[in-house]
Write a protein that binds this ligand. Structure first.
Ligand code: CIR
Length: 265
């Protein structure tokens, strides 16, 4: 599944809603500007489409302020999709909103049922060989155990790791560049969880650049992290920068804004 971890025919996004100003955030550094977020979102979708992929844009869901961050609602694998169970109470209902869209594309969807299991897609990194899941304030051991059991029949191995304290999601601090190469903050890489991988480190003070996505032949990175961009480019990748100032106010980045997959009918 080497190629399957980086190359996709489809992505799903959801338009930001006016309620975005009520989105969750660890530290309040000001309210996001909806118009600017919409402009960045359009750039993001254009960059995905430029790779040749089909991007399905779902309508805004005002009842869920964080619903633009669709990644947290599902895990899409080559064999099927797993509907998540977000650990943020205000986000729990977002998963059921996503399920029918994935069901329409995939022949096989399964669901984390709980009631005590919680898991968000932002804590899950699928590499060329395994699925890493960071335990966090949003993702607990029961959620990871349920996911492990659901994907085992599809041939996937899950390895539990730790999201650093104070970091929202595992992938806040890392992303996949290719099947065996990770972009990671030094603080996360120091935990040893990527010892079997090649690692490109984010530059000092540029930890927010770690949440990137490899999508087909490009790497989408948040704008404004020149040193990390240079490191990724010198490792051989083509970078596209997207403005992320508004999502960053809500602890969101490149990965959060889409589900990326190749549906299996
Ligand atoms: C939240 O706290 O849930 C949102 N404000 C941000 C979610 C970001 N999602 C992601 O990293 N996958």
């Amino acid at each position: 599944m080497t190629h399957a971890a980086t190359h996709f025919t489809h992505a799903i996004t959801r338009r930001p809603a006016p309620s975005i100003i009520a989105g969750l955030r660890a530290v309040d550094i000001g309210s996001p500007d909806l118009a600017l977020m919409q402009a960045h979102h359009a750039d993001y979708i254009a960059a995905l489409r430029a790779t040749g992929a089909t991007v399905i844009e779902l309508p805004a869901l005002d009842a869920y302020p964080d619903s633009v961050f669709v990644e947290d609602t599902a895990l899409c694998l080559p064999q099927g999709a797993v509907i998540m169970r977000p650990g943020a109470p205000s986000r729990l209902g977002e998963a059921a909103e996503m399920a029918p869209h994935l069901a329409a594309l995939y022949g096989n969807i399964v669901t984390i049922t709980g009631p005590d299991s919680f898991i968000e897609g932002g804590d899950i990194l699928v590499t060329g060989t395994e699925i890493l899941v960071g335990r966090s304030a949003r993702t607990n051991a029961a959620g990871i155990a349920e996911l492990t059991a659901l994907v085992a029949p599809w041939g996937h191995t899950v390895r539990e790791v730790h999201t650093p304290p104070g970091v929202l999601h595992f992938k806040t601090d890392c992303s996949l560049l290719d099947a065996r190469t990770i972009l990671a903050t030094p603080r996360l890489a120091a935990s040893g969880c990527f010892d079997d991988y090649f690692v490109v480190h984010t530059a000092q003070g540029e930890e927010a650049a770690a949440n990137a996505i490899r999508f087909n032949d490009v790497v989408l990175m948040a704008q404004g992290f020149a040193a990390t961009r240079a490191a990724v480019e010198s490792a051989g990748y083509t970078v596209v920068e997207i403005g992320n100032s508004e999502c960053a106010k809500l602890d969101g980045g490149m990965s959060c804004l889409s589900l990326r997959f190749t549906p299996k009918p």
